[in-house]
Ligand binder design. Structure first.
Ligand SMILES: C[S@@+](CC[C@H](N)C(=O)[O-])C[C@H]1O[C@@H](n2cnc3c(N)ncnc32)[C@H](O)[C@@H]1O
Length: 311
């Protein structure tokens, strides 16, 4: 089943429209730069972050009156969550360190700010902190270490070795923001009603019900065998995982969920999501080991509904 919602906005009567700045329907005609300013700055730099693509996504978001809960099973940098700031949400990622950071931001933001202020930008200090055993730290200290390393390491990459130890080198920044106090407090407020858990994306099959909006942003299918960047976790994301994800997408579609999914423009993706709406998205590739691999590439945003028919 592929939903075709002729959206009837009753947003004037809808509670959320009174409290959300800006009203969500306005975001359709908003420039990329303006949308970025209106969305809280991400706490973390994260490969595949969607902040720069929000203006292209905006015409495809359903209005908040159309869904009860927001579910995001590949949370990463959480750009879409922070943009939508849904009233109720379920947020997941397979990376336990990442989920711990968001949990600490939600529950202990003031302690986290104090812990972050102890860190400073220095090469030797970076390597000393990187060498620390995270298990010897408290959750707040671990979250502060994670944010510090993320903001000062090379390109904000996240990569671990076989032992699961973070191994990205020192970055080339002159004066990185290590402790963005207003940004952290803003993120903490946005996360107050969010449930966070470490899980494989298939958890959505257990929790999602009709009327939920689910946004999937998995590690992308490679365009060619050598172009992949799929090491967000030590496990990677294989073609079998892409098939598993497409099967979950079809199950949730039949259940009556509103679905949005980002992926590369690879032939496998067109094949797996045949019958749904595929919207082209222009993205700038930020992470590639070869300099000539950077530049504009086309991705796709796949939906099982049309939000464009707005009055
Ligand atoms: C492309 S990133 C998400 C980017 C994010 N949505 C953003 O806007 O910044 C993919 C995320 O999926 C997570 N991940 C990888 N395999 C997963 C799996 N099997 N289940 C759940 N999360 C997974 C990674 O840890 C990573 O954070």
């Amino acid at each position: 089943m592929c939903y075709n919602y002729a959206v009837r906005f009753v947003w004037l009567h809808h509670e959320r429209s009174k409290v959300c700045e800006p009203p969500y329907h306005m975001t359709q005609c908003t420039s990329s730069a303006r949308l970025e300013r209106q969305t809280p700055a991400p706490i973390l730099k994260w490969a595949g972050g969607k902040r720069a693509l929000l203006a292209q996504f905006a015409p495809h978001f359903p209005h908040p009156s159309q869904y009860q809960r927001y579910v995001e099973p590949f949370l990463g940098g959480a750009a879409v969550f922070f943009h939508l700031q849904p009233a109720q949400s379920l947020l997941y990622d397979l990376n336990p360190h990442l989920i711990e950071v968001y949990t600490v931001v939600r529950d202990h933001v003031e302690d986290l700010i104090v812990a972050l202020q102890k860190h400073h930008h220095d090469r030797a200090y970076f390597y000393a902190l990187r060498a620390q055993q995270p298990s010897t730290l408290s959750p707040v200290e671990r979250a502060a270490r994670f944010i510090f390393l993320n903001r000062t390491c090379y390109n904000g990459l996240y990569r671990v070795n076989r032992q699961g130890h973070f191994n990205v080198p020192f970055g080339k920044y002159t004066n990185p923001t290590i402790c963005d106090e207003p940004g952290l407090r803003q993120a903490s407020r946005a996360l107050q009603q969010a449930q966070l858990a470490v899980a494989d994306f298939e958890v959505v099959l257990d929790v999602a019900t009709s009327g939920d909006l689910i946004y999937f942003d998995p590690p992308y299918a490679p365009l060619s065998p050598t172009s992949s960047f799929t090491s967000y976790t030590s496990e990677g994301f294989s073609p079998t995982d892409q098939h598993r994800l497409a099967a979950a997408f079809r199950t949730l579609d039949a259940r009556g969920c509103l679905l949005m999914l980002s992926n590369s423009n690879a032939p496998l993706i067109a094949e797996l999501y045949h019958g749904f709406h595929l919207h082209p998205i222009n993205a700038r590739r930020a992470i590639n080991s070869k300099a000539n691999g950077r530049g504009l590439i086309q991705e796709v945003l796949i939906t099982n509904f049309r939000a464009a028919d707005r009055p």
